[in-house]
Design a protein around this ligand. Structure first.
Ligand SMILES: [Zn+2]
Length: 197
């Protein structure tokens, strides 16, 4: 197994539309295993192929508290949705940004497992949010697309600055500076760690 690099906004590859999976073979099993390893290590509760530059309709997720309920959705589609709720979401491809996003409360999904077996499942709560978020990724859509242009631009600049600082070796001063900026920009850190998708 291997950890895969996660693409970050505004990487244009995150705008790619994923293609359906056609062969359910050992190579697919390997990608799925790597995606789980990457997701758990990040840590996040879900990961879409697009985020690791694999442009096929593959979603892995585990929204359980004990992290012992891995779920794979291949070629997933939502066939029913009900209600709506606004909740804070984070994204592994938009690090350290949490925004309230409106999603359906309950969804019914149709998908295939890693062997190609079709299944249908009803999802609520965080699992429903997570699947909707990951399906957006597979369509080339990001959490920032739900925000105003101004906010999106602010996030892009913030992430670019953080990346530059990381590339510069993250000296003590840079870290201090970043912490100061973070305190200024986000006075109320209400980050639900379990909602990074
Ligand atoms: Zn995401």
């Amino acid at each position: 197994m291997a950890l895969l690099p996660i693409l970050e906004f505004p990487d244009p590859r995150l705008r790619t539309r994923a293609q359906p999976v056609q062969s359910f073979d050992a190579a697919l099993e390997r990608v799925v295993a790597d995606m789980f390893e990457t997701m758990y290590a990040a840590p996040g509760v879900g990961l879409a192929g697009t985020q690791v530059d694999v442009h096929r309709q593959i979603i892995v997720m585990d929204t359980s508290a004990e992290k012992d309920q891995p779920q794979v959705y291949i070629n997933a589609q939502i066939v029913e949705r009900e209600g709506s709720e606004v909740a804070e979401e984070g994204c592994l491809s938009v690090p350290n940004v949490f925004e309230p996003i409106k999603r359906a409360t309950r969804v019914r999904a149709k998908a295939q497992d890693v062997k190609g077996q079709m299944f249908e499942r009803e999802l609520t709560g965080l699992a429903a949010v997570c699947l909707q978020h990951e399906l957006d990724h597979l369509a080339g859509k990001l959490l920032v697309d739900y925000l105003s242009l101004l906010k999106r631009e602010w996030i892009r600049r913030k992430l670019e600055k953080e990346r530059r600082e990381r590339a510069a070796g993250g000296t003590k001063d840079a870290a201090k500076e970043a912490a100061k900026d973070a305190a200024k920009a986000a006075p109320a850190p209400t980050h639900p760690a379990g909602r990074v998708i």
